[in-house]
Design a protein around this ligand. Structure first.
Ligand SMILES: O=C1O[C@H](COP(=O)(O)O)[C@@H](O)[C@H](O)[C@H]1O
Length: 205
């Protein structure tokens, strides 16, 4: 079970500062690093802040942790929106495809749905902590009305392989789900990740 550091009520600027600090630390020991980031709605204002930071973006590869199987110019595309914000800053944006071979990530930044899904590992997909594949094509059931698409997602082992992990979770309903998962009171995808990740997980809740 991972240790948790809960940081409640942090503004987006503080979260961006945390991400930048962790990337600077990783870049102090590696010429290039990779980060995986969530989609949904929560991270994009933080990406905007990061895009204007002094990070050496040309040394940073950014991978969506999951995506909807739509064209990049579709409004539901995670990689399209990530690219629009971070590529102009100089980042290398790498689309997540079902056959991708993801790297070792310096930081796994995750969101969580109210149903306890992380990346696109929805409860119905029964994500396994020992999945031999780093990437899966998946169909959420029920399909979320705001994004009713098949998905591609990093698996739990690909996320657990990261040097560090952080969540950004907004809303008291999600906080209850997260806290129950952290306490071992449910077996949702987020709980499976938390009980498998061997290091401290930082949660901006
Ligand atoms: O479908 C998704 O939802 C989750 C949570 O999104 P949010 O809008 O509540 O921030 C997200 O982590 C995931 O990457 C996304 O594809």
């Amino acid at each position: 079970m991972s240790q948790l550091e809960i940081i409640a009520g942090a503004p987006n600027e503080a979260i961006a500062a945390f991400v930048a600090e962790r990337l600077h630390a990783a870049l102090s020991v590696s010429a290039e690093v990779a980060i995986t980031v969530p989609g949904g709605s929560t991270p994009f204002p933080i990406f905007e802040i990061l895009a204007s930071s002094n990070l050496p973006w040309s040394r940073i590869a950014v991978w969506p942790g999951d995506d909807r199987l739509v064209d990049e110019d579709h409004p539901a595309s995670n990689v399209g929106k990530i690219r629009a914000l971070l590529e102009p800053a100089g980042a290398r944006i790498v689309p997540l495809t079902p056959t991708a071979q993801p790297p070792h990530f310096a930081l796994a930044w995750l969101g969580m749905g109210g149903d306890g899904h992380i990346a696109s590992l929805f409860p119905n997909t029964d994500p396994q902590v020992d999945d031999p594949s780093p990437v899966r094509r998946l169909t959420p059931d029920p399909l979320p009305p705001e994004a009713p698409f098949d998905r591609v997602s990093l698996t739990i082992p690909a996320l657990v392989d990261a040097d560090e992990a952080m969540f950004v979770i907004r809303g008291s309903d999600k906080r209850l789900v997260f806290d129950a998962a952290a306490a071992g009171d449910n077996d949702l995808p987020v709980a499976r990740f938390l009980r498998t990740f061997p290091k401290t997980v930082t949660c901006f809740c």
